[in-house]
Each structure stands twice: as structure tokens, then as C-alpha cells.
Design a protein around this ligand. Structure first.
Ligand code: ADP
Ligand code: MG
Length: 692
């Protein structure tokens, strides 16, 4: 297939070892273009049309065209600045070519009498049509035109387009692109992979550009389906590998700890809570490790579900570890669990980084001996240096995904080498369905889709910082009515670099603006005891306003608080704003959340805050967050980097995704070799990691 007439040396295939002499070869390695298939999948960013020549007289201003003509005149002009000005003639008309930057070699090519092919945008200049810095090359009369569009690839300075084009052509020739998939798994009327790739690298001139640009062309569909299928297959393999592992079976006991705990609670479970508790208990009863994500909006009551799961595990004679990302959250859990479970005779240990010395040593020993049945602490501490006598269940709060490495660490904690603990992850950032289907294909998901009764709705308002006085007046009103308010700021650690007002300053300002109101301050650098004292005063209702950095994000439950002001709201992630907002509306009073922003806001910034004002549904917020940020950022680069999709789009390609998900098990069962080959083709060495 002719691609370009430009003569460049035929590239050598880069050595897989990474030892290759040419800078272009090295640049290819850097772009991950190692195997032939990698190059075959290195798709053009866009295309150039070198398949036709437009007579100069028929070009119009703004057209991107290729013309061919003979140089009539070429001279370096000095006014208004030094430039090379070339007059080109093709029999139909004249075109001026201007070069502000040019080399002697180029000047030589553009000598009078030379025949050149020129590509660029036509502009209407003072002296008629012209092109500034067009692409050009000398040609013989009658030089054939390209028969397909010319690909323009993602490249780098060391990797010229012409080199890359040749490399792709030869890789396409060599790459084993034989059809691996049986026809019944493929969506109807899609080209083969080879056809799709040949097409996308070198589309015919009459192709509909729109279908290439929006990726709706069947060639694109084929590619996206292949990619999604590879991902589903590898996740399914991982799931089946995990199913071979063994965990202690923890059947719930009639009249056991779980029922006693239920009997003690001051409330009844919601239907949603009952359902997820049953789903978890069914998993725990099996001798195959649970791998489940429990998702539910802020305030949906995940903690009590965790406690009930822990009760089942402890009843069966095993230990349970509950891990939280921060000390404040761990402490909150600890207090709740002590209140619920200690009266039932459960031994609970508390482990965080700030707990040191003898007290800590004693705790660690109680865990190792099995005397402590339930261990609450931060992820870091529990993972670092605690050994369990009989860990049967690990619960991880507020983390999307417990990584492979962390799971392997946890496995080591079990005294019984052949057994793996059950794993329950809890998250208040619900994962939209399409995302769950790809990134969590190996995970079971339970969802609490109902809030406990008696919650009042929160009204969210978005104000520019210029209206802060109004907002402060509103605080005064709330406090006068016996209510309380929060004023939240971005983290104090960041304030120096980001030039944000720090919490101390804001505290002083607000105290001055609100005479007669007790204003407290809470930030991450305060000693734990001081934090606890401030929190206690606020909880008891002795403090009207609490100024705080995001330490309160996951910390507090004060039903009398009815107003939340978030300063520099534009600095926070949507999910974080949602979490913060969840601190009000916990009682029966109508609550308000004010998002103060400091302008000017970008378009994205505006749509983010608007999303917050428009909905209080955590699922909807997560969906919009995903839409605004894209899956990579939404999931956090580290968590998703291994699985990011290159071609498929989770928001658009739902139908392809569902099909891939449906056919993956069939393919794995009926054509295991084809499935294996397909995964290897697409994921290469990454596949092994995904399985871990
Ligand atoms: P989250 O899902 O955000 O972790 P929590 O577990 O902290 O939510 O629960 C929020 C509040 O709701 C807590 O005070 C908790 O005791 C209470 N709660 C949980 N379940 C119920 C229920 N079924 N009825 C009433 N209150 C409940
Ligand atoms: Mg929680």
C-alpha cells in the first residue's frame, strides 16, 4: 500500500532487549513501540490528504490543500522582516509561499524552475493567495499521488513522521494479525482486526472523516471491542484464579453475635442494609475468599454493616481487622464499635501511628495472641507490623480498591499459610456501572441505595467569594436559632504553596465578624488530644461555629449542625465535596451547604460546582465526576494505570462493553487457547500483573 513517496531509510525493528543503536529506535522503545503489534496499534492522530492536487485557481481561503507547480521566482526579502518569498505557478494561477524560518537546503530546492508539491492552508494575502510555511517536496512531472490518506502519528522529536510511517507499514506486514476469535463472539458486520488496522492506518480518500473522528467507524468498533474483550478476559481469569484460593468458612450462627448486636441497636436496618448484610453473610459462609465492594452514599450506614460482618467472623472464632485511611476515621469507628460490641463481650484493639510505647506493645500482643477479636486502626499500621492469630475478615473503609500489593501483604498475616482472609472494601464514592464492569470485573459489588429514614435534604448554593459577608450573616442567624455551622478550608499544609488563606487567619476573621459566637478551630497539625477537646465541645453544642480543614471530612456526626460553608470549593474534588456536605443534614432540620469559590473559574470548574448544586445523589455525582475528569483521574492514576483503556470509551461504548462481558466466559470455556492468545496479543506482559 503506497503511503508516502518520501525516501527515508527503512527502519530497523528495535531490538526487544532495548539495545538499539539508532535514536529513532530508542524513541520507539520510549513510546512502548516494541512488538510489531504495538506499532500496528499505534493509530494515527489525524490524516493528511495527499491523494489529490488542487489547481491553484480553484483554491479558496482557509482550504487545506495540496498544489503542484513550478517555482517562478524565489528571493529573500528583508521587509517587514527577513523571509524567503517564493512565487509558484501551475498554469491555472499563482501562489506565494512565505518562509520566515528556512535553511539553505530548502532555499536550494525552491530554486526557480523547480517543480514542487506543496501542502498547507491557503490564505488571502495582500498580493493574492499565499501559504505560510507549507510542507513541500520536489517532484518529477507525473509523480503518482498517494492512493490513501497519509497518517499523522503521535511522534516525538527523535522520531520523525516519515520514519514512523515506514515502521508501521512494515510492522503491519509482519504482525501476526490472524483472526483469533470465533465469529459467534463478534458483534455482527465488523471487519477483521487486520482489515480494521489496515483501514485505520491508510484510509481511502473517500472515507467519512466524521466516523474516524468520533470513532464510530466499524474499524474503530472492532478495535474497541477487541480491547474490551481482552480486559474482560483477563479479569475473568483473575477471578477464576482467586476462586481456587481457600478461606475459612464463617457461617452465621443462629442466635449468635450478629443477632445480639441487631437486638442492641437503637434503630432497625433499612431494607438496603438488610440486603447487603445477607449478601456478605452468604459470601462469608463459603470457604472461598470473599472479594466484595460495599458501596453506599455518605450516611447510608455502612459502619453498622461492617460491624455485623465482623460479628459473623468473630462468632465463628476468627479475628476481624477494620482499616481506615485516617486516624480520625479509625477512631470514630473504634468508638462506635466499642459502644456496640463491648457490651457483648468482644475484645477490641485500637492501633494507630500515634499510639506508641507500652500501650502499643500490649495491643500488638493481644492481637498476636488472639485475645483481641476485633482490631481497628489505620491501613498503614495494620499492614506494617501487626501479626494476627487468626485473621478471618479484613474490612477496608473508604478505599476504592485494595491493591494487589496490599492484598499480598495481608495474606502474609495469616498464620494458616494456605488460607486467605475474606475481604470487604467500603466506599462512599459509588462507582458508575460501566466503570465497575471494567475495573471491577473481578469484584462483587453490594450497594446500599437507600438512606436511613428521617434525614432532611440539603440545599446547596454556589457563591463567589465576594459574598462572604452575606454568608457570615447567615451563620449568625443559624447560631441565634440554636444551630451550629462548619466553615471548611483546604488543607493547611498546602496553604503556603497554593497561597490559600490558612485556617488560623480564617478563624481570626470569623471570630471578629461574629462577636458573641464561640468559634473553634480544628486542623490537621493539632495534637490529637486538643482535636478531641475541640470536637467534644462542638458535639456538646457549646460552640456555634467550627472552622476546620478537611480533617472533619470523615470525622463527625453532629445532628444539630445545619450549615456548612466550604471555602475555595473549586479546590476540592467532587466526591470530597459530597463527603463534606454529608456532615450536615444529619438531624431533622433543613440544612444548607454553601460552596464559596474564588474566581475566575474555568468551564470545567463551573460545571463541577453546578453539578454539586444540582444533585445530592452520590451516584449521580460520581457519574458526573467521571464524565468531567475521565476514568483515569477519577480512579486515581495509581489504581487504574494498569488497566486504562486506550481505544474504548466507557461512557460511549457501553453496548460493546456489555457484549464483551457476556461473551468472555463462553470464550474462556469453549476456546481457552484463543482466549489466551487474545489476552497475550492485547495485554502482553501486563496480563500477568492483572492476575496477581
Ligand atoms: P456511612 O455509610 O457514611 O459510613 P455511617 O455508617 O457513619 O454512614 O452512618 C451514618 C449515621 O447513620 C450513623 O450515625 C449511624 O449510626 C446511623 N445509621 C446507620 N444505619 C441506620 C439506620 N438503619 N437507621 C437509622 N440510623 C442509622
Ligand atoms: Mg463511613
Amino acid at each position: 500500500m503506497p503511503v508516502t513517496a518520501e525516501s527515508v531509510p527503512l527502519p530497523q525493528r528495535p531490538a526487544p532487549s532495548g539495545r538499539t543503536a539508532s535514536p529513532a529506535g530508542k524513541a520507539m522503545l520510549k513510546l512502548g513501540l516494541v512488538r510489531d503489534i504495538d506499532l500496528a496499534l499505534h493509530l494515527p492522530l489525524r490524516y493528511e490528504d495527499e491523494t489529490r492536487i488542487t489547481p491553484i485557481a480553484r483554491t479558496r481561503e482557509g482550504d487545506h490543500v495540496q498544489v503542484e507547480g513550478v517555482v517562478q521566482r524565489a528571493q529573500v526579502e528583508l521587509q517587514p522582516r527577513r523571509q524567503l518569498v517564493v512565487r509558484l505557478h501551475d498554469g491555472s494561477g499563482e501562489l506565494t509561499l512565505r518562509f520566515i524560518h528556512f535553511y539553505a537546503a530548502q532555499q536550494k530546492i525552491l530554486a526557480p524552475g523547480a517543480r514542487v508539491r506543496v501542502r498547507g492552508e491557503v490564505r488571502g494575502g495582500f498580493f493574492g493567495r499565499e501559504m505560510v510555511h507549507p510542507v513541500f517536496r520536489p517532484v518529477e512531472p507525473g509523480t503518482p499521488l498517494a492512493t490513501s490518506l497519509t497518517p499523522v502519528y503521535p511522534a516525538s522529536a527523535q522520531l520523525p513522521q516519515a520514519y514512523l510511517r515506514k515502521a508501521v507499514v512494515s510492522a503491519l506486514g509482519r504482525a501476526p494479525l490472524n483472526e483469533l476469535l470465533p465469529p459467534q463472539v463478534l458483534p455482527a458486520s465488523l471487519p477483521t482486526l487486520r482489515q480494521a488496522l489496515d483501514f485505520l492506518h491508510h484510509p481511502p480518500p473517500d472515507v467519512s472523516m466524521a466516523t474516524l473522528e468520533d470513532h464510530s467507524h466499524p474499524a474503530w468498533q472492532r478495535l474497541k471491542f477487541e480491547e474490551l474483550l481482552a480486559q474482560q478476559l483477563s479479569q475473568l481469569q483473575a477471578q477464576r484464579e482467586r476462586a481456587k484460593l481457600r478461606a475459612p468458612a464463617l457461617p452465621a450462627r443462629e442466635g449468635g453475635l450478629r443477632q445480639q448486636l441487631l437486638g442492641q441497636l437503637p434503630f432497625g436496618l433499612t431494607n438496603a442494609q438488610e440486603r447487603v448484610v445477607a449478601e456478605i453473610a452468604a459470601d462469608l459462609a463459603l470457604s472461598q475468599p470473599m472479594h466484595r465492594l460495599l458501596q453506599g452514599d455518605v450516611g447510608s450506614g455502612k459502619t453498622v454493616v461492617a460491624a455485623l460482618a465482623a460479628a459473623v467472623a468473630m462468632d465463628a472464632g476468627w479475628q476481624c481487622a477494620l482499616m481506615a485511611p485516617t486516624e480520625i476515621l479509625a477512631e470514630q469507628h473504634f468508638r462506635k464499635l466499642v459502644q456496640w460490641l463491648e457490651p457483648l463481650g468482644v475484645g477490641i484493639a485500637w492501633l494507630t501511628g500515634s499510639r506508641k510505647g507500652k500501650a502499643r506493645q500490649q495491643m500488638v500482643e493481644r492481637v498476636a495472641s488472639g485475645e483481641a477479636q476485633l482490631i481497628v486502626g489505620t491501613h498503614a499500621v495494620i499492614q506494617q507490623d501487626v501479626h494476627f492469630a487468626r485473621l478471618g475478615l479484613a474490612i477496608v473503609d473508604e478505599q476504592h480498591r485494595f491493591g494487589v500489593a496490599q492484598r499480598l501483604e495481608l495474606r502474609k498475616k495469616l498464620a494458616h499459610e494456605a488460607l486467605e482472609p475474606h475481604l470487604l472494601m467500603m466506599s462512599a464514592t459509588p462507582i458508575p456501572r460501566t466503570l465497575a464492569m471494567t475495573y471491577y470485573a473481578d469484584l462483587d459489588v453490594s450497594t446500599i441505595d437507600e438512606l436511613p429514614p428521617g434525614r432532611s435534604p440539603i440545599v446547596t448554593k454556589v457563591f463567589a467569594d465576594g459574598r462572604r459577608e452575606e454568608v457570615i450573616a447567615r451563620i449568625a442567624d443559624e447560631v441565634a436559632n440554636g444551630r451550629q455551622a462548619y466553615w471548611v478550608l483546604p488543607l493547611i499544609e498546602e496553604s503556603e504553596t497554593l497561597d490559600l488563606r490558612n485556617a488560623t487567619e480564617a478563624h481570626a476573621e470569623l471570630q471578629a465578624a461574629l462577636p458573641g459566637v464561640k468559634v473553634g478551630l480544628l486542623h490537621g497539625r493539632m495534637p490529637a488530644a486538643e482535636k478531641a477537646a475541640v470536637m467534644a465541645e462542638f458535639s456538646a453544642g457549646h460552640m456555634g461555629l467550627l472552622v476546620a480543614t478537611t480533617v472533619i471530612e470523615v470525622g463527625v456526626d453532629v445532628p444539630n449542625a445545619s450549615l456548612m460553608v466550604i471555602e475555595h470549593a473549586e479546590r476540592f474534588g467532587l466526591s470530597q465535596l459530597h463527603q463534606l456536605r454529608g456532615r450536615v443534614g444529619r438531624g431533622a432540620v433543613a440544612s444548607v451547604c454553601v460552596l464559596l469559590y474564588t474566581g475566575p473559574l474555568s468551564q470545567t470548574g463551573k460545571s463541577r460546582l453546578r453539578a454539586m448544586a444540582e444533585t445530592t445523589d452520590g451516584f449521580e455525582i460520581a457519574r458526573r465526576d467521571l464524565e468531567i475528569r475521565g476514568p483515569g483521574e477519577f480512579m486515581g492514576a495509581r489504581q487504574s494505570g494498569d488497566a486504562l483503556l486506550r481505544f474504548a470509551d466507557l461512557l460511549q461504548d457501553t453496548a460493546l462493553l456489555e457484549r464483551a462481558r457476556r461473551v468472555a466466559p463462553k470464550l474462556l470455556d469453549s476456546y481457552p487457547e484463543a482466549a489466551q492468545a487474545h489476552v497475550a496479543r492485547w495485554l502482553g506482559s501486563k496480563a500477568e500483573f492483572l492476575k496477581a
